[in-house]
Design a protein around this ligand. Sequence first.
Ligand code: CAA
Length: 289
Amino acid sequence: MAIERVGVVGFGAMGSGIAQVCASAGCSVTVREVDQAAIDRGWKGIDSSLARVVKAGRMAEDEAKAARARIGAATTFDAFADRDLVIEAVLEIADVKRKVFEELDRLCPPSTIFASNTSSLPIVDMAVTTKRPQRFAGLHFFNPAPVMPLVEVVQAVTTSDETVATLKAFVQRIGKVPVVSKDVAGFIVNRLLVPYMLDAIRVLEQGIASVEDIDTAVKNGLRHPMGPFELLDYTGLDIAYHVANVFFEEFKEPRMAPPPLLKRMVAAGRLGKKTGRGFYEWDDKGIKK
Ligand code: CAA
């Protein structure tokens, strides 16, 4: 089955990035968000991202315009009934996701594949709330989605091999690199990344090195594009805190538990780039001060 019509639920950083990627590859995309203000924010993100892609010479201006025109956004699910695939990218709250899939399950034909972009919740829990657990998988994109090549295809115990094969082909079709992971907290990338980021915070807590020197060490000693603290600020400390709690719950290993400093920074509202302060200070344009 070839996927041409995609539905995306959520128009935040991930949802808008995913919509942009699918539309840029020629798919028809319909997006649902809760209110007009969120839809306006999603368009703003797409417009600035497409402008960067055009400026970098990776897409002609008319191609970018055509990609944008392939996306439709609304506050209802009305345009979802003919979708081949629906990708959910709403808040990481199990109840919110469950309600979305219950509604979609009533609306979409049995052939529609459902995927969640969750980075922390079990895919199987969502799959069993629908009548199509065999056509339900994880499709985990990375931030910023228009730039990061990887997509993890997550196979829950209920997901059929056929669904995995269809999604792998779809990921390649939209110009990304697929890998297949079992449905375990963190899948492949976050299973490696999260303990590393938590360890960086512990290195700081132990007074071994400063934020700046830890980031400088990783960027220059490992050639990572960002150090762990830049990445924490970029993706959001609240997200790291939430994911660490989920990991600790799943594995019961002390190294997966959120370090006290992370908990306190979240309590103080120092969530990173989005609140102007995390481990670094950020200006209105998202530039490090
Ligand atoms: N949309 C489109 N293009 C973008 C973009 C966006 N949002 N952000 C950056 N780019 C493009 C730029 O236009 C530029 O393109 P060219 O090289 O063709 O000129 C290129 O990406 C590099 O950008 P910049 O020069 O502005 O800045 P940079 O070199 O510092 O790169 C970065 C920015 C791509 C974000 C890079 O720092 C990076 O790769 N960081 C690591 C990001 C990462 O690890 N993400 C994974 C997070 S974990 C996750 O997402 C999983 C989870 O579950 C939480």
